[in-house]
Structures are given as C-alpha cells and as structure tokens.
Design a protein around this ligand. Structure first.
Ligand SMILES: [Zn+2]
Length: 473
C-alpha cells in the first residue's frame, strides 16, 4: 500500500497480545472441548493488530464466489462456496462477515445452524468435523454492503460509487462482501463471478474467464489460482476503459475509470505495467502470478494504492494534473513478490511488505534515470527517526514511515553489507522458497544468514529496531 500523504488518525489499540487458545475461548465465551475432543474453532486469528479478524480450527483452500451487484439499489446478493480442511476436531466454526444477511448455510450439503455475532458468522454443522477432514461450506447471503469504519487508512471495505462499487482495503476488507477467514495467514485460491447490469465493467483478481450476458445482466469471471490473502482480493464495478492483452504469455488487464482522461497520467503510468514488472522480475526473480494488470479508480475516498493480487488498485490522487507516476506502479508491482506471493503471517511484520516495496521504488527510480538507490538511502538516513521501530510498529503506526522508509534503509544496508551478488541472491531465494506462502521477520533473517553464510542478525536488529542511528555500512 501507498498512502497519498494524509496523516493517519490515531486509533486506540486493543490490548490483546499473543492470544492463547484458552484466552480466546474465554473472551469469546466458547465452551471447552467435549469428551470426544471436539471444540469450537477460535473466533480470532490471535493477531493483536486486527482483533476479531480471522478464525481458528480450519484452513481454507478455495473460495468460489458468485455475486450479483445492482448499483441502482446498492444491493449485493451472493453465494460463497468455501472448500476447507479442519485443523482440529470441530464442533462449530466461525467465518468473518460484516453486515449482510445470511439465508442458508450448508456444510457438506447438509443444512447447518448459523447465527451472527457482530462481524462473525457462527456455523454449527449438523455433524461434527474430525481433525484433518476436508469440508465444503455454502453460504447464501445478501444485503447492502458497508464500508470499514476505520479512519486510520481512509475509506475501505465496500464503497458505493456514482457508477458502481469499489471493494478493497488493508488490513481487512473482504468480509464486507463475502464470508471469509479474513486474515493473511490463511491464503486460498479464488474463482470470482460478478454479475452486473450490461454496460458496466466488473473487475477482480487473476485471469479473466468467459463473459456471458442474459436479461440485461453480464457476468464477468475471474480466477486467481495462486494462493491469495483475503485483503488482496478486490471488486471494482463501474464505467471503466478496460484494456485486455497479453504480456510475457499471460493475460494483462488494465482499467482506468472512464471519468479520468484517456491519455492522462493515470493511463500512461498504467500502460508501463509490463515494462516495470519485467524490470522488477530481473531483480526479484520470476513474476509469481498467472496474470498482470492494474485499476485506477476515480473516487477520492480511495486515498491510497493497494497491491491487490495481480491487479493493484490506484486511487486518483497519485496522478493529479495528469502527471505520470511510475513510482507508485513500481511500489504496488513489487508487492506482488513481497506481500502477495510471500505474505506476512502477522501484521506486526508488515515491514516485510512495505520496506521491500519502498526499496523497489528506489531501484526503479535509478533504473528510470532518476536518483540512485544509494542517494535515496543517504537522504532518508539523514531524516529518519530511529526511536520508531520497523518491526512491531504498533497498530496505529503500521503504515508509518518506520515501516516503509526505515524498512527500505534496512534493505539497502543489507545490500551494502553483503554486496550486490549475495543481496539479490537473498531476495531471489526468499521469493522462490517462500512463494505462495507466509513468513516472518525471523524467517527472513535466517534465510539471509544462510544464503550469505554470515551472521546478520545484529545488523538487521540495528537497522530495523535499534533506538539510535546505526553506523553506515
Ligand atoms: Zn505498499
């Protein structure tokens, strides 16, 4: 993500840390395991940065979403078919779902009991589910979706626009338009079918499928086969100039709001997507997904750009006055490796996303004839507040300078210390070995030490979390 420069509003943190299962059960008022060992899944992933988000007891493999959205009534109706496997013996489990009404829920084709508890959909299957059991949940739901009420990051969740809707947001947004295990630690593949009135575009993640029309409605189909964190899903409906083609043998779909200039800064920046992604692949290793693209929206409430998987979404302010801005494109495309393919396990490690994406901006700028990465490093070093840590920045600072710029400084300090060859070998080993999965800061340090055959923990500690300016390498 890149913000357009607004100061985030402070938000009180929930003081929940390192939830144990027992605490989760206590807080959520769940019952203990019965005599056969079956118990309810946790109602929370145990991540203090996003209390209440995610759930325990199962692992989703695939979401099949079939939604219809009518901009004239703002109503969305949907059916979510979720294929998962239990990770414990389950008597019941939760999905995250914000607002919206639930009609029927089935588990393995048998009607299941369900109830709502704030942002939770609590499902009690007819038959309890043993540990390691694959199962399929089908949820029929609908209503008028809502935004995420968190002022820290600008508007997120499901926004109704003049011509349609925009659903995206970090750290959570997916639960505003489908039932989901809404935490990046549970990645899954997606098939998304979106039915909208003829003439409107319905854009989402991944490879485009066949479009079909009937009775004044058109169904757009998208398929993301590589595991995706839920916050990286998006849905954009409206009047867009959609350009479809292929790049390096894979589909590339870009879309710019029809209310923005056809040859303005947004369009010309987005047109460089293939060129920029190829440059980044030359540094980070092969592009990790089956499709490329990007979407520029015109709604001012989207005060950021977000690296939604294979198809980032850019707010309009990045391209004010028709200025091209390939730097923001480089940032969001770098996330396809750092954040999307290799995802964080806990939000406290968000510098693993933003530090590398910010560093990619420096690499791109140097490649594009601007300032060198070394010069950007020196300028940033001079203005950095070393009292703020990059790792575990606190919920209110998860999109702060320490995560982005201090993170980038740490990346460049690593490069200066181990040399270019070893540095880029570390990055490519990271993006290869961890592709499609999750990782932590400790995982990165261990991998960098293994690849370089050097002790790097003290160096990275100093650059990421130390309280004083580190010695320049
Ligand atoms: Zn970012």
């Amino acid at each position: 993500m890149v913000l357009t420069g607004r100061t985030p509003r402070r938000r009180r943190l929930a003081t929940v840390t390192a939830l144990t299962c027992a605490v989760v059960l206590g807080v959520m008022g769940c019952t203990a395991a019965d005599s056969d060992g079956f118990r309810p899944g946790a109602a929370d992933a145990g991540d203090s940065y996003v209390p209440g988000r995610g759930n325990g007891g199962y692992d989703v493999a695939h979401y099949n979403l079939d939604v219809r959205y009518d901009p004239t009534t703002d109503r969305l109706t949907g059916r979510a078919t979720i294929a998962a496997t239990t990770t414990q013996a389950l008597s019941r489990f939760n999905l995250d779902l914000a607002g919206l009404d639930v009609g029927a829920v089935t588990v393995d084709k048998t009607r299941a009991e369900h109830r709502r508890d704030d942002g939770e959909l609590v499902v009690t299957p007819h038959d309890r589910l043993p540990r390691g059991r694959p199962f399929t949940v089908v949820v029929d739901y609908g209503g008028v979706p809502t935004a995420v009420a968190d002022g820290a990051l600008g508007s997120g969740g499901f926004l109704h626009t003049d011509d349609g809707a925009i659903a995206l947001g970090q750290p959570d947004s997916a639960a505003t338009w489908f039932p989901v295990n809404d935490h990046p630690s549970d990645k899954a593949s997606y098939d998304i079918a979106v039915t909208v009135p003829d003439g409107l575009s319905a854009l989402s993640n991944g490879v485009p499928g066949p479009k079909t029309s009937a009775d004044g409605w058109t169904t757009w189909r998208w398929s993301e086969r590589t595991p995706m964190a839920s916050y990286l899903s998006t849905l954009v409906v409206g009047n867009y100039r959609v350009v479809s083609g292929s790049h390096a043998g894979r589909p590339i779909v870009t879309a710019v709001s029809a209310s923005l200039p056809a040859t303005g800064g947004a369009a010309t920046s987005l047109a460089r997507t293939g060129e920029i992604v190829d440059f980044l692949a030359s540094r980070f290793g092969p592009y990790p997904f089956d499709s490329y693209g990007g979407i520029v929206v015109a709604d001012d409430r989207i005060g950021y750009a977000l690296e939604t998987q294979s198809r980032p979404v850019y707010g309009p302010a990045f391209f004010t006055d028709d200025r091209p801005n390939p730097g923001v494109v480089a940032h969001e495309l770098a996330h396809q490796w750092f954040g999307d393919s290799v995802s964080l396990s806990r939000w406290g490690d968000i510098w693993l996303n933003e530090g590398f994406a910010s560093y990619a901006e420096w690499l791109w700028e140097e490649h594009d004839g601007g300032r060198t990465a070394q010069r950007n490093f020196e300028l940033q070093y001079a203005v950095t507040d070393w009292s703020q840590p990059s790792v575990e920045p606190g919920r209110e600072r998860m999109f702060g300078t320490a995560v982005y710029k201090r993170g980038a400084l740490a990346v460049h300090a690593l490069r200066r210390t181990v040399g270019d060859d070893t540095f880029f070998r570390i990055l490519r080993t990271w993006t290869t070995e961890r592709a499609g999965g999750n990782a932590t800061t400790a995982d990165f340090v261990a991998l960098a030490e293994r690849v370089s055959n050097r002790q790097l923990r003290p160096l990275l500690d100093a650059w990421l979390v130390g309280g004083a300016a580190p010695t320049l390498p």
